[in-house]
Ligand binder design. Structure first.
Ligand SMILES: C[S@@+](CC[C@H](N)C(=O)[O-])C[C@H]1O[C@@H](n2cnc3c(N)ncnc32)[C@H](O)[C@@H]1O
Length: 215
């Protein structure tokens, strides 16, 4: 996806208090002012989901990571507009995730509509590939949970296999979240909104870490 350069990006990146600074030393208490539960979204895009989560669950601490500065500034602006104190942002690549968290620090991890990388030779780039799951397993708390949504059935089936083969227990597997499982609490993302307008099914599952399996 081509992203248009925005004039205000540098200003927001340099001045927003919502961005984790470069000298960060895993002191999340400094940001949140409490030692509460930490929930993380990777590839947050324009941040509709994480901001709504932060609004609805005031007792939880939220962090959203996004590689593209011109995209994440929209997420940061939403948080600032709503004066949210329980959400912060990391502008970085997921491959650097371990820099920001201690072992077992994250209780919930959200992966929403990540790039499917359909070619087999690119499988390692999928955010549910076992190499990424190994990193998530380090930062996830015992019985920590991954919430996964996608519009791509092939990626979904691949991901179910990866979760199951790498020490996660699968729950609430849905092949059409909105039509077949309307009772599940769901907060929509920007991409999800677009797919729903096109009447496309949304695939969803929860993957719970089983600590007794090998890490
Ligand atoms: C298809 S968009 C989905 C955005 C949002 N989650 C949603 O559902 O509306 C995928 C997002 O993941 C980001 N992304 C892709 N690879 C990433 C990486 N390695 N690290 C961090 N973010 C990444 C992209 O920049 C993009 O904003």
């Amino acid at each position: 996806m081509r992203v248009r350069k925005k004039k205000r990006t540098a200003d927001i990146l340099n001045n927003s208090q919502k961005i984790i600074s470069a000298d960060f030393n895993i002191n999340w208490k400094k940001y949140f002012g409490n030692k509460g539960e930490i929930c993380l979204e990777i590839g947050c895009g324009k941040g509709k989901f994480i901001n709504q989560m932060a609004l609805e669950f005031k007792n939880k601490n939220f962090i959203a990571m996004e590689i593209c500065p011109d995209i994440i500034i929209s997420a940061i602006e939403k948080a600032e507009k709503n004066n949210l104190t329980n959400v912060f942002f990391i502008v970085d690549d997921v491959k650097n995730l371990e820099k920001y968290f201690l072992c077992g620090q994250v209780s919930e991890l959200y992966i929403n509509f990540c790039d499917p990388w359909p070619k087999k030779k690119h499988a390692k780039r999928r955010l549910t590939h076992e190499n990424f799951l190994d990193v998530y397993k380090k930062i996830l708390a015992p019985t920590g949970k991954i919430f996964f949504k996608t519009d791509n059935k092939d990626l979904f089936d691949f991901s179910l296999n990866e979760f199951a083969a790498n020490g996660f227990e699968l729950k609430n597997i849905c092949y059409d979240l909105h039509k077949k499982n309307p009772e599940l609490k769901n907060i929509e993302t920007e991409y999800e909104e677009k797919f729903l307008i096109l009447n496309m099914p949304i695939f969803y599952c929860e993957a719970i870490l089983l600590r007794d399996k090998k890490i």
